[in-house]
Design a protein around this ligand. Sequence first.
Ligand SMILES: Cc1ncc(COP(=O)(O)O)c(C=O)c1O
Length: 377
Amino acid sequence: MDFIDLKSQYRRIKPSVDARIARVLEHGAYVMGPEVVELEQALARWCGTEHCVSVASGTDALLISLMALEIGPGDEVITSPFSFFASAEVIALVGATPVFVDIDPRTYNLDPAGLEAAITSRTKAVMPVSLYGQCADFDAINAIAGRHGLAVIEDGAQSFGASYKGRRSCSLSRVGATSFFPSKPLGAYGDAGALFTDDEGLAQRMREIRLHGQDRRYHHPRLGLTGRLDSIQAAVLLAKLEIFDDELSARVRIGARYTELITEAFRDQPGLVSTPHVEPFNTCVYAQYTIEVPGREFFETRMQARGIPTAVHYPLPVHLQPALGHLGLREGCYPHAEAAARRVISLPMHPYLTEEQQVRVVQAVREAVSQPLPSNR
Ligand SMILES: Cc1ncc(COP(=O)(O)O)c(C=O)c1O
């Protein structure tokens, strides 16, 4: 069994992917070709924003958003301590200081209840992460940020396609950033990402920064990067966008089915294995289907022995990463993030998972958890 099965998806869309890639090879505009423009228009429409700026990766999307907001040394940006490293990494890369607010242990997303206390005179922005495919509570976060004049950047790398109170992830704040890494809900065949905003001036700055800060050929009013999306990746994403709505419905259905099967399997021991909590105003696209189990290390090995791949996202919270050691943050600073990092584990998840495979996974979960944990003696 695959943790994420991209081959079944390719078999389904092969004619469209192959034809679109062949077109790029024929016209030869490998960088910033017509597919890039077509994709940006399609994605902005899909997301419900005025502008989409495609970029080379999710990390570049976050970095470019910070650069376009002119965030740098002396500034603070508030984010989640429980995420992929890139969220805080880009803040440090522009010379600003990442400041963390602990997560809501039910959703794993930044808890707005802790936000106000973390704001100082140096705070310039808040970067909530919509982890595992479910949006953070943007109305609450935007309201607090608005009172303090802070920009809100959604790290929607895992939530593209999710909705929050009927609006789409990446359209919920000043700027939304996503990743099209191959395993994401909408994935390219290599690195890719995008930015979304309704702010024309910000969109223009982000477009310039992805092209070395250039406003016209060889004229550079600001610093930038080689942060563009390749035409071939845009072609792949256009083909995948044709089936994206259908795949999202499958993700929602498969996520809900896992929860049903696990709840049923542990009816006699409720709470032993925790299933994802999706807020009633959210849809989750399950970039990961993540559960909490006792004795995770043993669980992983036992699942492996039963032929079921699992993955831990993420075993070490961001504030304890060695590269951010200069912040002086210690174990105990963000207890919910630290507890999640010790307990979470993700099960195979993709839109082509069958009922039979889901039953097998949950059967293995049941067996793995039921075996006694080895004693310390
Ligand atoms: C929450 C989060 N932020 C940022 C990124 C960075 O995206 P990319 O790998 O496309 O640079 C990822 C990718 O895994 C992510 O999961």
